[in-house]
Design a protein. Sequence first.
Length: 134
Amino acid sequence: MADKTFECTIITPHGPIYTGRVESASIPAHDGEVGILQHRAPLVCKLGAGRLRFRSEAGLESWFIDGGFAHVRDDRLLVLTQEALRPEQINIADAWARLEHARQMIAVDEVSTRRRTQLETSARARLRVAHSRR
C-alpha cells in the first residue's frame, strides 16, 4: 500500500486530530462527494456536513465532518473543519435532538431558512455516520 498512499490530516479548532497515510479518500464537498487518490490535481473546496471516508492500513475509516475546507496538493490532503467525529464518538440521542431542534426552527427570511437547512443537513449527516458503525 505504501507506494499508492498520500498524507491525510484532519484539523479542528482544537488542533490536529488525525494524521496518517491513506490510499484513497472521499470528502463531503458542499456540492457533492469528491474522490481523492495519489497524484490528484491540486484542489481547494468548501466542505459540507457529511462523511469523510478514507482507506488506510487499518482499513476503511469514516468521520463526520461539519463543514470547513479541504486542500489537496503534493500528495497531501488537509481537512480544516469545525468538528470531526468518528462514528463511535457520536451521541445518537444528541443527534436526534439536533434534528428535532432544526425542524422546529421558524424560518422568517432567507438567512433563517438557510440556517435551518444547514442545521438539519448537519444533524442528518451526523445520524448517517453514527449508524454506519453498526
